[in-house]
Ligand binder design. Structure first.
Ligand SMILES: [Cu+2]
Length: 469
């Protein structure tokens, strides 16, 4: 592992002051999430209890109490905080009226701990997820249900939470204030209750096509929360798009962001960006540099992103939406911290080692022309093998492609080599584009799902099975 060279990366690049933007909403408090309590005194074992149950409060702020689901009484659930090398034991209790699982999205773990549809947990039953956090996997992940056909419903009912994996040799200063921000959207009806369409209704048809989007945009379960920042400060934000279908195109007016990491952790070096597309289930890590004046305010927005087929594109798709307020404190400025110019080494997966090349065709609602069948193996591979997968989207809407169990690296998109190497478990494949990725099946045999992460597509069968043996 390469240690960072501690050279200053200037905290005041290319910003022209921070425009004051006024939002109609009343600012709410800092959106910090609760953390799962470690019940084990051994410092290298994290043992927690996670209960899924109907929620006694509304998951939409300000709405009347409505049906919903939560983890440990909240939506989102508490954050799982672990370190590389930790053994993690999750005592899961399903107190929902239906079967569920807990999928640890992006983590490299045994088949029995993956929480895929192969290991449903019946109502009233318990299940223990037991795994060791891989070295080199420090990053931002999340957990959510993954039962057969019901993922979209259960996530929409409120079941999702964050996972943070830390490294002992994290190259970024530990003094950077950190925020975990989970983005979610949801739909409410006239009574303020969660709105899921009736089976067979026009809305159900549109959702099946587009994926279910909602008008209420939530950040850590809040509408337009406020994050405070001191002028000069640098904050580390871990962003998770937990939406069923909404793709975020993040933009913070008056600021550029330092993009430092993706699904499987930090890059080799930071990349300065004006905006960031985060497809559903993807994560990004960014450094936010407080280059504005004391008392200034900026609003993190999601800009329009056209992922739709024209026939079912929502009428207001081209409208920017507000997500959260960044409020500068009035006091004196902090001295900007020194930031490393290199972060860590990302190992190369060698294309010369690839022993198979696969073509995965994403059609509308199907993969390689077939619907999901739990009894079928779509791809069979050897443990330890390296393979190249060509993910070809042949239809006119984007599909974010997710592989369980193994992080991969994107090689190229439509033949254009990826600008830099990173670990990924989701790659958004835009309409009529092809992405090539390389993956190595390390350590764990089993049956692993690959699927579109638009939850409505996944639930309706846009999924396949990779068996590694
Ligand atoms: Cu899809």
């Amino acid at each position: 592992m390469t240690r960072p060279t501690a050279l200053a990366l200037l905290a005041c690049l290319a910003t022209a002051g921070t425009p004051a933007i006024h939002a109609a909403e009343t600012p709410r408090g800092d959106p910090d999430l609760p953390v799962l309590v470690d019940e084990n005194p051994d410092p290298r074992v994290v043992e927690v209890t996670l209960t899924a149950a109907p929620l006694q409060k509304s998951i939409i702020p300000g709405a009347p109490r409505s049906h919903g689901f939560g983890y440990n009484g909240g939506s989102p659930g508490p954050t799982l905080q672990v370190r590389e090398g930790d053994r993690v034991v999750v005592h899961f209790r399903n107190r929902l009226p239906e079967a569920t699982t807990v999928h640890w999205h992006g983590l490299h773990l045994p088949f029995t701990a993956d929480g895929s549809p192969f290991h449903p947990v019946a109502p009233g039953e318990d299940y223990t997820y037991d795994f060791t956090v891989r070295r080199g996997s420090a990053g931002t992940y999340w957990y959510h249900p993954h039962p057969d056909h019901r993922t979209g419903h259960q996530v929409g009912m409120g079941l999702y939470g964050a996972v943070v994996v830390r490294a002992d040799d994290d190259p970024l200063p530990s003094t950077l204030p950190e925020k975990v921000l989970i983005f979610m959207d949801n739909r409410v009806n006239g009574d303020g209750g969660l709105d899921f369409p009736q089976h067979g209704s026009p809305q159900a048809t549109a959702d099946r096509e587009n994926g279910r989007e909602g008008e209420v945009l939530l950040v850590n379960g809040q509408v337009m929360p406020t994050v405070s920042i001191r002028p000069g400060e640098v904050q580390r934000w871990r962003l998770i798009n937990a939406s069923a279908a909404r793709v975020l195109r993040l933009h913070l007016p008056g600021h550029t962001l330092l993009h430092v990491g993706s699904d499987g952790g930090l890059f080799e070096r930071p990349v300065e960006v004006n905006e960031l597309v985060v497809a559903n289930a993807e994560r990004v890590e960014v450094l936010v540099r407080a280059t504005g004046q004391p008392g200034a305010r900026a609003v993190l927005q999601t800009l329009p992103y056209d992922r739709y087929i024209p026939q079912t594109r929502p009428a207001d798709w081209n409208r920017a939406r507000e997500l959260l307020a960044l409020q500068y404190t009035a006091g004196p400025a902090a001295v900007p911290p020194l930031l490393p110019v290199t972060l860590r080494h990302v190992p190369v997966l060698d294309t010369l080692q690839a022993t198979a090349r696969r073509t995965i065709v994403l059609g509308q609602g199907m993969i390689n022309g077939r619907l999901m069948d739990m009894g079928r193996v779509d791809v069979a591979a050897r443990l330890g093998a390296t393979e190249i997968w060509e993910i070809e989207n042949v239809v006119g809407m984007d599909h974010p492609f997710h592989l369980h169990g193994f992080q991969f690296q994107v090689l190229d998109r439509d033949g254009v080599p990826e600008a830099f190497r990173s670990w990924k478990d989701v790659v958004n494949v835009p309409k009529h584009q092809t992405a090539r990725l390389i993956v190595r099946y390390d350590n764990y045999p089993g049956k692993w799902m690959f699927h579109c992460h638009i939850l409505d597509h996944e639930d309706h069968g846009m999924m396949g099975v990779l068996e590694v043996r």
